[in-house]
Design a protein around this ligand. Structure first.
Ligand SMILES: *[C@@H]1O[C@H](CO)[C@@H](O)[C@H](O)[C@H]1NC(C)=O
Ligand SMILES: *[C@@H]1O[C@H](CO)[C@@H](O)[C@H](O)[C@H]1NC(C)=O
Ligand SMILES: *[C@@H]1O[C@H](CO)[C@@H](O)[C@H](O)[C@H]1NC(C)=O
Ligand SMILES: *[C@@H]1O[C@H](CO)[C@@H](O)[C@H](O)[C@H]1NC(C)=O
Length: 734
């Protein structure tokens, strides 16, 4: 066997249960003193456009991204995934544009960003205004969406490589969303509002947070950023809102590590609720788009009831290292508000989404009486690549420090209370690696870190020296994106890594202070994880504690200071009259053509003799009370034969008084679940089950006569794909 296959095989077996988690940042980056008193005047005019498109990749047989769990493979779909695009342009300078993309994915990514930029280049010359500087590719950080689109080897490992279909679905949908936003460009105004959402997140690593200086912590009421910032896009012609884009910090890890139905997790639920509420709302234009973007969420969790030991002890996990009585972290599980419902119906994901929706709606409803208009003609941006490997620079106090090639520490393998790790690793294990001989062996086998690298990463003990591993192609990025966008007084830090609460506060605050003279009364927000996934960034004090987030801070103790330095040094490019841009920096490797893919394609679909594709195997009952779950089962075929982008696998139809059936629910609806199961591997038989949770988190749908329709595509022996449908008998909902 070639050496890399040995590496990969060993790695696969060991990483099986290991968790990768995490993302971006945000307590709204501005102090209240900077948040100007509301004005009645509307702000300046900008060119505004919004667009939404389907990016749902293969919903079965492909590993999810986020928990890095080889066993977490798709088996169906609760909610389609989307790209939501927000374009802001300068009315007088047509070249000054921004595109903020919010993808229902684990993160931005180097390969995905490349694909999007290449695609933009092929859309025609009117799209030349969009490019590397002004397109921000951010992910919501859903842990319930397919992976296998990553550029680098390490995150590919638990997804078995890079799958073209999974990758292409994101590129195509992202481009379509940008196209829709571009085609809808119109003059309008931007308003900003904020509120505190205090019931949707709690700290996940308080032990590390407490290592930050007392004076600093005393300035904040909470150890997570509870502020939600919302930007409204309103067109000038009739005052209707085109969409909203908001930032709030919380991990979308409400859906469990064993959940295998594709969804946008809590952020997906929030966007669904907001967009639904705007249908038929007078204040909103048709095609209203709600983006729930991620902020500095790295050390937050949506498991707001705390982390408990599932070992019968009835105790909470230990604060220091998330262990239980047995000294291990395996039994430690965070609990969401609806943890007893697991991932069904009004689950924790839905409820945490609803709380974010409620916060956003509160802001939205108050904007006409109290908002901060965005003013100033400047729509500016900069982007460059920076190599973090052994980069020397000076801290503001003059100390000379350096960043290091990427590596992961021992606590990385322990996971978090959102998803515990494998073996006997615990958090805050700064430790004596000899206590973990197995891991010591593996990390040594993979690559022995150089002395320079070990010294650079102190006090992190190196488990995986991924930044030094280039064989057979790079395992993790050393080259990261530095990007900042600006419209009027709003400055958007676009962060590659997941950023902890305090790291985000420092980055935003330093940026706001340095922006004096360039931006009047700056309001700084932080969004991500974007462009290139580069795990975490903590404060140096949190780094020293080496819990999961510190162990996952790739480039060493001074990672955060580097991001701050590089942002601040380049702020002058955002000045209103600036025409300069930083140099592009080194190009990251393009691994797309050389990436492994051990995900096999669909071979064949079959149906037992006497049965046809789409045939109903199990009809719904004649009648249901609202609140009950309607269920039907069909002779199925593999959904990977056709992603049905912008379409649906499942639908609910309602019989009208005129005798006409109308579609009332589809894959976009949270409470309609499509599930696929192979029943005979050799002959390619499979079944599709469609469930409609008719409670729908409220009064449910109108009583009436309904039926369920299934859309599939079968692949025959010769590889030809043919579409089919199945429809149930009608049933009553009373
Ligand atoms: C972290 O959150 C928990 C649960 O809300 C709370 O009890 C604890 O005080 C928080 N820790 C810190 C350091 O604030
Ligand atoms: C999935 O994980 C949750 C949370 O750890 C657990 O309570 C539940 O029993 C698991 N479900 C299955 C089917 O294993
Ligand atoms: C976890 O922390 C507790 C309390 O400080 C300590 O007693 C225990 O030894 C730690 N466990 C490990 C495995 O580090
Ligand atoms: C960033 O680092 C450079 C190189 O050491 C130094 O000259 C500069 O003063 C630093 N800038 C900031 C804002 O810290």
């Amino acid at each position: 066997m070639p050496v890399f296959v040995v590496y990969l095989t060993i790695f696969l077996s060991l990483l099986e249960k290991v968790v990768a988690a995490g993302v971006s940042s945000s307590r709204v980056g501005y102090g209240s003193s900077r948040f100007r008193a509301p004005r009645q005047t509307s702000g300046d005019r900008y060119l505004l456009g919004v667009g939404k498109a389907d990016i749902t990749g293969p919903v079965v047989e492909i590993g999810f991204a986020g928990y890095a769990d080889l066993d977490q493979k798709g088996s169906g779909l609760r909610q389609r995934l989307y790209s939501r695009a927000f374009i802001i342009g300068d009315v007088d300078n047509p070249d000054d544009r921004l595109v903020y993309l919010v993808l229902d994915t684990m993160s931005g990514d180097t390969a995905v960003r490349r694909g999007i930029l290449e695609g933009l280049g092929n859309l025609g010359s009117e799209y030349d205004v969009y490019g590397k500087d002004n397109v921000a590719v951010t992910g919501t950080h859903s842990h319930a969406a397919p992976g296998a689109w990553f550029s680098y080897l390490l995150p590919q490992v638990t997804n078995l490589g890079l799958d073209k279909q999974s990758y292409q679905a994101i590129i195509d949908g992202a481009l379509l969303s940008i196209k829709r936003a571009h085609e809808s460009l119109t003059e309008g105004h931007l308003d900003l509002g904020r509120t505190d959402v205090t019931d949707a997140s709690i700290n996940r690593s308080a032990w590390a947070y407490m290592a930050n200086p007392d004076e600093e912590r005393d300035r904040y009421e909470t150890d997570v950023d509870t502020a939600m910032t919302l930007l409204r896009f309103r067109r000038a012609s009739d005052g209707k809102a085109l969409g909203i884009l908001n930032w709030f910090a919380v991990h979308p890890t409400s859906m469990h590590q064993n959940s295998t139905h594709v969804a946008g997790d809590n952020k997906g639920a929030a966007a669904y609720l907001f967009e639904k509420a705007m249908e038929g709302d007078d204040s909103a234009a048709s095609g209203f788009v709600a983006g729930f973007a991620q902020a500095n969420h790295a050390d937050t969790t949506p498991k707001v009831l705390g982390a408990w030991c599932d070992d019968g002890s009835g105790q909470q996990c230990r604060l220091e290292n998330s262990t239980c009585d047995d000294g291990r972290s395996q039994a430690c599980r965070g609990r969401g508000p609806e943890f007893r419902k697991l991932d069904l119906g009004v689950s924790s994901a839905y409820e945490i989404g609803r709380r974010q929706y409620a916060g956003a709606k509160l802001i939205y409803d108050s904007l006409d009486s109290s908002s901060t208009p965005i003013i100033g003609p400047s729509v500016k941006s900069f982007h460059f690549f920076h190599n973090m490997a052994f980069w020397d620079f000076h801290l503001p106090d003059g100390t000379r420090v350096r960043t290091c090639p990427a590596s992961l520490g021992y606590s990385f393998a322990a996971g978090t209370s959102d998803g515990p790790g494998a073996f006997d690793f615990t958090q805050a294990d700064s430790g004596d690696p000899s206590a973990n001989p197995l891991w010591k062996l593996v990390s040594g086998l993979l690559r022995t870190p150089t002395r320079e690298q070990r010294e650079c990463q102190v006090p992190k003990p190196i488990l995986l020296d991924v930044g030094g591993m280039e064989f057979p192609y790079p395992w993790s990025p050393n080259i990261v994106d530095i990007q900042t966008l600006r419209v009027g007084q709003l400055v958007m830090l676009v962060a590659s890594p997941e950023v902890t609460t305090m790291a985000g506060r420092r980055w935003r605050e330093a940026t706001a202070a340095a922006a004096e003279g360039i931006v009047d009364n700056p309001i700084v927000i932080l969004g991500g994880p974007a462009n290139t996934y580069s795990h975490y960034v903590t404060t140096p004090e949190e780094y020293d504690v080496q819990r999961y987030e510190g162990a996952s801070t790739f480039f060493g103790r001074h990672t955060l200071s580097t991001y701050m330095n590089l942002t601040i040094r380049n702020l002058h490019h955002l000045a209103p009259d600036s025409t300069t841009r930083p140099g592009p920096g080194p190009s990251p490797p393009d691994n797309r053509a050389v990436s492994f893919n051990f995900n096999t394609g669909v071979v064949l679909d079959g149906a037992p003799i006497g049965r046809s594709f789409g045939q109903v195997l199990s009809q719904p009952l004649r009648s249901y009370q609202r609140g009950e779950v309607v269920e039907a089962r069909f002779q199925g075929a593999n959904p990977r034969n056709n992603l049905r982008l912008e379409g649906t696998y499942a639908a609910v139809e309602k019989l009208g008084n005129d005798g006409i059936w109308t579609r009332v629910r589809d894959d976009g609806d949270w409470f309609l679940v499509y599930e696929w199961k192979r029943t005979n591997f050799v002959l390619g038989y499979s079944q599709a089950t469609i469930r409609w949770e008719t409670g729908e988190g409220g009064d449910g749908p109108e009583p009436g006569t309904y039926r369920i329709r299934y859309f599939g595509d079968e692949r025959n022996f010769f590889g030809r794909i043919r579409a089919f449908e199945g429809v149930t008998k009608e049933f009553l909902l009373v």
